[in-house]
Design a protein around this ligand. Structure first.
Ligand code: DUC
Ligand code: ZN
Ligand code: ZN
Length: 472
């Protein structure tokens, strides 16, 4: 056997199940061989002392997503995918978002236009359904699922997005019939609305009151309701961005009953707390996301779930809004009331390093579990496996050479997103990607971006096995 396009040699290969020393031979963008002492390739990458892992799959991030409140998503498909690549992610799945009154197809077409010519890594789309009309339920959504948009998000909160229980059950029944994965944002909208009104009437509008307006019980109730609706529709669902104990308990209960309830959590829920929302001045706005970060005890609960298998995926929920900007966190100036501050934190570049450093290095999760959470399971969840998310013969050569001992301090100025802050400023990290390949092409090497915008390809997703109802 001769002449791989690229040979990665002397590394420690890590998949979701195994860790072993091997070389990887790549030809035509695919992994052609994994073995010891493979013959040289035209290009040789020496991975001595480093881990060789599948490129990360970020199954939840927001790029160039239109909003309804005058805020602007600061990363487009160029800056967002560049930042992702620097952080060891080689596939992103952001959201084509339907607004009320808009055909879903129009949202998809618009999103393709936004992505066109920009991405440096591969991408697929989730859909956000906010207006489940009869036409959408009967024709548009089934057709889009069959065309490769095999996952959609349902909101139980946010006035312009939220669906009622009947709409949710209709959509879950549709997911069952057509084999799609339903992702659910579980927070009780009416309770949040009442709490918000009460706080605002009392003049309690600083960023820290965002956490008061969205306590864990509103997440718990909605999580339980989502589980109940999924049980009625008899279909698996994914509860996204789970923040703490109360939602975890509901998921644990449902999983214990044999239900296929999947769960996602994100870096913000293991690194930030509600105290970060009380940073001096308006700084707390930097950490406003929904659900909000909780406290240390809840972080420990999330870590337990990451270790035990309760959680299936670890996503960034990268929602990039600039801090010093009237299209960002300061939408209405420096004292923007919490309920007008755009929700979301940036984190597409720091996702793998944070989970590796805080999780693997601190002994909370294994190396294989790390790979499973950031790459393998998201690829499975969204019908991209085994093309993405693993190191196997025939898979796309989306590969990260990861230095497990690299020491960094997270600084906004060193990151590549188009946001003027990171909520993780000053966090000490051990472990960072060195070299990143996408379909065999070196995208990042020695801190440099080596590819042009537009090389990233749109991915048609299969219907995920994980979305199948349990066979009796
Ligand atoms: N919450 C969401 O539901 N989406 C984007 C960011 C956030 O905080
Ligand atoms: Zn959400
Ligand atoms: Zn989100």
């Amino acid at each position: 056997m001769t002449g791989f396009d690229t040979l990665i040699r002397n590394g420690t290969v890590v998949t979701a199940s195994d860790t072993f020393d091997a070389d990887i031979g790549i030809t035509d963008g695919k992994i052609q061989a994994i073995g010891r002492n493979l013959p040289a390739g035209k290009k040789i990458i020496d991975a001595t002392g480093h881990l060789v892992i599948p490129g990360g799959v970020d199954g939840h991030c927001h790029l160039d997503q239109p909003t309804g409140d005058g805020s602007v998503c600061a990363d487009d498909f160029y800056t967002g995918t560049v930042a992702a690549a620097y952080g060891g992610t080689t596939t992103v799945i952001p959201f084509a978002c339907q607004f009320k009154g808009m055909p879903m197809q129009a949202a998809v077409d618009d999103y393709h236009r936004r992505a066109h010519g920009k991405a440096v890594i591969d991408y697929a789309f989730h859909l956000i359904v906010s207006d489940p009309t009869e036409a959408l339920l009967k024709e548009d959504l089934p057709r889009l699922i069959n065309e490769g948009y095999t996952s959609f998000k349902i909101y139980m909160t946010y006035d312009d997005m939220k669906l009622n229980d009947k709409q949710i059950v209709q959509l879950l029944a549709l997911a069952r019939t057509h084999g799609a994965m339903a992702m659910i944002h579980a927070e009780n909208a009416d309770l949040i609305s009442w709490l918000t009104d009460t706080l605002v009437e009392q003049g309690k509008t600083e960023p820290r009151f965002h956490a008061t307006a969205r306590p864990m019980l509103v997440e718990r109730e909605a999580t339980h309701r989502a589980i109940t609706i999924a049980e009625l529709a008899d279909v698996p669902i994914l509860i996204v961005h789970v923040s703490g104990r109360e939602a975890v308990e509901q998921i644990h209960w449902a999983q214990g009953r044999g239900m296929r309830i999947y769960a996602e959590t994100c870096p913000q829920y293991v690194t930030l707390t509600q105290d970060d929302l009380a940073r001096p001045g308006f700084e707390g706005a930097k950490c406003i996301c929904s659900p909000p970060p909780r406290n240390k005890e809840n972080q420990a609960v999330i870590w337990d779930g990451l270790a035990s298998g309760l959680f299936h995926i670890f996503s960034s929920d990268h929602a990039p809004f600039r801090y010093k900007s009237e299209t960002g966190k300061m939408l209405h100036g420096e004292s923007t009331p919490f309920n007008w501050i755009p929700n979301g934190v940036p984190g597409i570049e720091t996702r793998l390093p944070i989970l590796f450093s805080e999780g693997v290095k601190k002994g909370r999760i294994s190396l294989n579990r790390f790979v499973e959470l950031v790459a393998t399971n998201p690829a499975k969840m969204y019908g991209l496996y085994p093309r993405k998310g693993t190191l196997a013969i025939g898979s796309d050569a989306d590969i990260v050479i990861f230095d497990p001992n690299a020491k960094r301090i997270i600084r906004s100025q060193d990151l590549h997103h188009n946001v003027d802050y990171t909520p993780y400023e000053g966090l000490e990290i051990e472990g960072w990607p060195l070299t990143v390949l996408s379909r065999g092409e070196v995208v990042i090497e020695k801190e440099k971006l080596l590819v042009a915008p537009g090389r990233g390809e749109f991915l048609v997703c299969n219907k995920p096995d994980m979305a199948r109802p349990k066979v009796a």
